[in-house]
Structure formats: structure tokens, C-alpha cells
Design a protein around this ligand. Structure first.
Ligand code: GDP
Length: 470
């Protein structure tokens, strides 16, 4: 972040705007969510299957799996058909479909399939890439190159794309917990991160109400869709955290909530309907640190230590626009030292492989060095350098939320959404939930052993025990 006394340094070079058109592209699925005026907007485009790309030579498969030129697609590594075969919109053999139990065209369909099999097993010379039929994998076809057409392949290089198609269909879920005292800008940051208005009906308690306020748990769920990918985002807010005079145990409801979700998941996993388990486990906890103190407060240390083995903690310094650049750096260093000193296990970014791209390695190092992220939030759009941006207006200039020179907001959002969302989920499942599960199983085993030992007690003693219980 730049120093606040220099208005020129706050001028934007970004061209981000919130146009009506972009916002109207959003689809909010839950009925109760239709009240939200904003939703996902301007994350840089991610290429997805089903997305048409005019500049590419080949085309994506449409819903029927039919190639745009009406020909059958090539199977990986197998020679293509010498001439086009008409394909039919439904039941097209080009995209593998689940078996249909009731078929109306029983007369015709087998013939169609037989022709297909015959052509796949033929060993005719491959056609030149330009004249080859389009693949259902479009630009994801790993066997598209002319060179590949000369070789024989089994075809399993398409496996990642098969997985992708299935997961995209299912949609994604992500649960984020925000913790930190009231007024640190938690709700503003969440709205800025996900371009939603999750806190529309929020009632902010007055000072008197806050004295005796207990920590509550509020969940907000919104379904957002971007470029055909659906994300069900749940934000767990903790109003009242650190508000009460007696802060001891402020984190207990948070801990209980996380445990409860693990317990539910454990029950569902052991139940009959394991296919449709809804994953409500908390994947990440954004822990807000006040910019006004000298690093971590005792409450911060106690809370993070209570949660660090249950959830991925990502610490953030709130309202970074209230600090100069030098102050931000000093605060970050102090907080990192304290995290080490108190043995707090925050979320560790996975190590980059040595053979990774240099740019990626640099980006990864930048992420690691930026912890705790110094963030700024804003719910309003302001004019800066002729562009509309999310920002905060001061007499000396505009602080832009998404300007990397002003805060780590973009780093945080990219990490959370674009680069590490899946890793956060994996860590939750593989580390935190596994710990919980192992603990549960060992408790259950101990109880079982005790009940076996109890059942082998002498009859008289057992009778006395039964009588006592009665
Ligand atoms: P919460 O109680 O932690 O959810 O905090 P809010 O999001 O309600 O924000 C409390 C106040 O801080 C509001 O007046 C916000 O406008 C303001 N605020 C939020 N984010 C920032 C920020 O990054 N910088 C500054 N200076 N103020 C902020």
C-alpha cells in the first residue's frame, strides 16, 4: 500500500468496472438469494468446457456431443472416418452416455452403433488435421495433434477431462468462516471478495447490547455461477466475537460449530446414503487482526490456537488503509514472529515443485511472503482516473480495493478462489477431518472395550450396577 499523503500514487491504472451487463450475467439460484444485488463479476476468464472459442481451429462439443460439422469425432489416436456420417441430436454416440432403459428407436439405434464401432476399428490412413472431424473434447483433446494421428493410443489421456466434466456438472461448494472482533470490516471484505451483498438484513448491535453479547453463528449461503461453473458459497460469520467484556471462551462457539460439521460428515459417511453427502465442513477461516494494536492480542492467540488443528487459518490485517506502507510491513513481520513464537499452525501453502514454471514460483513466493494479507474492503464504487472501481475516497485520494499497490486484496482473492480453493478443501478433508475421525474412532474403540470389560463383570456386581442405574 502506498503512503496516504501522496495522492498521485493512488491513481489507478486498472480498467475494472462494474457494468450492468456483467452483473446481469450472474445467476443466483437460491430463491432467498435473489435479494442480492451483486454477484461474481470480474475474475479473469477461465477456459471451461462448453465455452466457444472463436479463435481456435476446432470447436467445443455441444450438449449432444455432436461435432459442429455434423461428423463423428475421432477417437484418440485412432484413424478418423474417411467421410462424414450423419449423426442425430439425441442419443448421439459421439459423447458417451449412460444406458437408456426405455428406448423408442430400438429398430434404428443398433444399426447406428454398429456403424460407429465398425469405423472405430477400421485401420484406414488418418486424414490431415484440417479435414479430420472435430473431437468432442474440443481444445482439450490431448490427441489432437497431427503427430498423434500417426500413433496408436488406448485413449486414457482423456481421463482428467472426464473427471472435469463430472465435477463441473456436480458443482462446487466452499465454506468460509470469518472471525475477528466487530467493526474490523469482515462483512465489507466478504462482499468485496465475492461481489455479493450477503449482509443485507444485518442488524448492528449498539454498545450496550454488545457488553453482554454472546458469540453467535450466522450462516449465509449464496449460489453463484460464472462461465457455467456453479459454486455454492457458505459464509459463517461470528457476530459478537471479542465484543463482550469477558472475552474468555469467545472462540468456543466457533470451535463447536466446526466440530459439529465434522460430526455430521462422519455420521453421513457411516450412513447408507454416502453418494449424496453434503459437505458443510469449514474449509477456511479468515482471521481478522486489528490494524490498531501491536500485533496479535491475547484473544487472537487463544482463538487461533483453539482452532488451528480443526480448520485452515488464513490471517489478515484488516483495514490496511489506516496504516502506511512501512507500518504494514512492520506489522506483518511482528505477526509472523508471534505466530511462530506461540506455535500457531496457520494454513501452509503447498510447496512448488522444482520443475515448475519460474513465474509460478515467483507468484508462490509472493503469496508466502505476504502473510498476513493486508486487506481493504469497500461496498461502494468510486470514480478513479476516469474509471469506476471499488474503493474508499479520502481527502487526499482514492484507495482502490483491487489495486495491488494499495493492498493484498487481489492476492487474497486469487489465492482463495483461483489458486488454492481446492487445496484448502483437500487439507480440510485430509488433515483436519482425518484428525477428527481418528479421534472419534479411538474414542469409540475405547468405549467398546470398556463395555466388553463391563459385560464380563461377575453377575452380582453387574446386578448392583443395574440396580444403581435403575
Ligand atoms: P464487521 O463488523 O467486522 O463486519 O465490520 P463491517 O464490515 O461492518 O465494517 C465496519 C466499518 O468499517 C464500516 O463503517 C465500514 O465501512 C468500515 N470498513 C470496512 N472495511 C474497511 C477498510 O478496509 N478500511 C476502512 N478504513 N474502513 C473499513
Amino acid at each position: 500500500m502506498q503512503h496516504m499523503s501522496s495522492p498521485v500514487r493512488f491513481r489507478s491504472t486498472k480498467k475494472a468496472t462494474f457494468s450492468e451487463k456483467e452483473l446481469s450475467n450472474l445467476s443466483i439460484e437460491d430463491q432467498e438469494d435473489t435479494q442480492f444485488p451483486y454477484a461474481m463479476r470480474d475474475l479473469p476468464p477461465v477456459s471451461q468446457p462448453g465455452e466457444q472459442n472463436q479463435t481456435e481451429d476446432h470447436h467445443e462439443a455441444d450438449g449432444s456431443g455432436t461435432a459442429p460439422n455434423g461428423r463423428l469425432p475421432s477417437l484418440p489416436g485412432t484413424p478418423s472416418l474417411p467421410r462424414p456420417i450423419p449423426v442425430f441430436a439425441s442419443g448421439s454416440p459421439t459423447v458417451p452416455q449412460r444406458p437408456i432403459r426405455v428406448r423408442t428407436d430400438t429398430e434404428f439405434q443398433p444399426l447406428q452403433l454398429r456403424r460407429q464401432f465398425a469405423s472405430y476399428s477400421s485401420m484406414e490412413r488418418p486424414l490431415s488435421p484440417a479435414s479430420r472431424p472435430q473431437s468432442p473434447w474440443g481444445r482439450f483433446d490431448p490427441y489432437e495433434s497431427a503427430e498423434d494421428q500417426e500413433k496408436e493410443y488406448v485413449g486414457f489421456a482423456t481421463l482428467p477431462h472426464q473427471v472435469q466434466r463430472k465435477t463441473v456438472k456436480k458443482g462446487f461448494t466452499f465454506t468460509l468462516m470469518v472471525a475477528g472482533e466487530s467493526g474490523l470490516g469482515k462483512s465489507t471484505l466478504i462482499n468485496s471478495l465475492f461481489l455479493t451483498d450477503l449482509y443485507k438484513d444485518r442488524k448492528v448491535p449498539n454498545a450496550e447490547e454488545r457488553i453482554n453479547q454472546t458469540v453467535g453463528i450466522l450462516t449465509h449461503t449464496v449460489s453463484i455461477e460464472e462461465k457455467g461453473i456453479k459454486l455454492r458459497l457458505t459464509v459463517i460469520d461470528t457476530p459478537g466475537f471479542g465484543d463482550s467484556i469477558n472475552e474468555t471462551g469467545s472462540w468456543k462457539p466457533l470451535e463447536d460449530y466446526i466440530d459439529k460439521q465434522f460430526e455430521q460428515y462422519f455420521r453421513d459417511e457411516s450412513g447408507l446414503n454416502r453418494r449424496n453427502i453434503q459437505d458443510n465442513r469449514v474449509h477456511c477461516c479468515l482471521y481478522f487482526i486489528s490494524p490498531y494494536g501491536h500485533g496479535l492480542r491475547p484473544l487472537d492467540v487463544a482463538c487461533m490456537k483453539a482452532l488451528h488443528n480443526k480448520v485452515n487459518i488464513v490471517p489478515v490485517v484488516a483495514k490496511a488503509d489506516s496504516l502506511t506502507e512501512a507500518e504494514v510491513q512492520r506489522k506483518k513481520m511482528k505477526i509472523r514472529e508471534q505466530i511462530e513464537q506461540f506455535g500457531i499452525n496457520i494454513y501452509q501453502f503447498p510447496e512448488c515443485d522444482s520443475d515448475e514454471d519460474e513465474d509460478l514460483k515467483k507468484q508462490d513466493q509472493l503469496l508466502k511472503d505476504s502473510i498476513p494479507f493486508a486487506v481493504i474492503g469497500s461496498n461502494v464504487q468510486v470514480e478513479s482516473d476516469g474509471h469506476k472501481v471499488r474503493g474508499r475516497v479520502y481527502p487526499w485520494g482514492v484507495v482502490e480495493v483491487e489495486n495491488p499497490a494499495h493492498s493484498d486484496f487481489l492476492l487474497l482473492r486469487n489465492m482463495l478462489v483461483k489458486t488454492h480453493m481446492q487445496d484448502l478443501k483437500d487439507q480440510t478433508g485430509e488433515t483436519h477431518y482425518e484428525n477428527y475421525r481418528a479421534q472419534c474412532i479411538s474414542n469409540m474403540t475405547r468405549m467398546e472395550e470398556r463395555s466388553v470389560a463391563d459385560s464380563s463383570l461377575p453377575l452380582a456386581a453387574a446386578d448392583t450396577e443395574t440396580q444403581r442405574l435403575i
